[in-house]
Design a protein around this ligand. Structure first.
Ligand code: IPE
Length: 255
């Protein structure tokens, strides 16, 4: 049974527009499917996003830009970290009674982006592993920055052994769409040649939104056979992928 790396998007598990508003039913529904996956014998790593527990304050205090002279950002760093701990606690609690290893990135990561430094060996112990997008320390001149869960998805998918499925569960969108607005259609299979416009909520999002996710997903698809974007409002679609190799969603393909 192969390893599964799964993202629970911040927009799935929190109300993105309202500060620190958790969506417990979404978390419980994802946790339920994860328990089934573990019972099937898969190794599982969960990366969760931040949603309104991270982006709102990080945006206000420009944390993704690193240290800014004349702006006191230290309170905001501590606040975002403690808010993320709160969201993380909801995720961990929902996974009970599974044996869960928690890995806050501030404890093992330096620098942001796809080339962050951090020992991923810790994800190899038996049990389910959970990590998340976080405020991490960076080398000068930045001193700190925001590590996106999507960069964790990339490195975990490409560097841990036996990864067979990488699944991004998003909040309320069936996958990657051709466009935004009412006319948008689901793209069932996305290759480097497929055009899409997408939408990046720059007013909310301090990391890269759908564009970063898709870019990372392409890099993952060079190594991992099944790379998918699905609607986390329908967690059973994860099971469709594992059992039938297909579902409603977007499969990201290298060729
Ligand atoms: C962002 O992580 C982390 C913080 C803002 C602290 P992600 O980029 O993985 O979060 P979502 O999924 O977009 O909310």
């Amino acid at each position: 049974m192969g390893r599964i790396i799964m993202k629970w998007g911040g927009g799935l598990i929190s109300d993105k527009s309202s500060l620190c508003t958790v969506l417990p039913l979404r978390i419980q529904a994802m946790a339920k499917i994860c328990k089934k996956i573990v019972a099937m014998g898969h190794e599982l790593v969960i990366v969760h996003g931040a949603g309104s527990f991270g982006h709102i304050r990080a945006k206000e205090y420009r944390l993704a830009e690193g240290d800014i002279q004349g702006l006191d950002q230290s309170n905001a760093i501590n606040l975002v970290r403690s808010d993320m701990d709160m969201l993380h606690a909801h995720v961990i609690e929902a996974l009970s009674p599974l044996v869960v290893h928690s890995h806050p990135p501030r404890d093992y990561v330096t620098n942001t982006g796809a080339n962050f430094r951090g020992d991923l060996e810790r994800f190899l112990q038996p049990g389910v592993h959970v990590t998340f997008g976080d405020v991490v320390d960076c080398e000068p001149p930045e001193l700190f920055g925001i590590l996106s869960g999507d960069d964790l998805m990339l490195r975990l998918s490409n560097e841990l052994p036996d990864v067979e499925y990488t699944i991004f569960a998003m909040g309320g969108t069936p996958g990657v769409m051709t466009d935004f607005g009412n006319e948008a259609k689901l793209i069932p299979k996305l290759t480097a040649d497929t055009g899409f416009t997408g939408i990046h909520e720059t007013d909310i999002d301090v990391t890269g939104g759908i564009f970063l996710k898709v870019e990372r997903a392409f890099e993952i698809s060079r190594n991992v056979d099944h790379v998918w974007f699905i609607d986390g409002h329908h967690p059973e679609r994860v099971m469709d992928i594992l059992q039938n190799g297909e579902t409603i969603g977007t499969r990201i393909c290298d060729v």
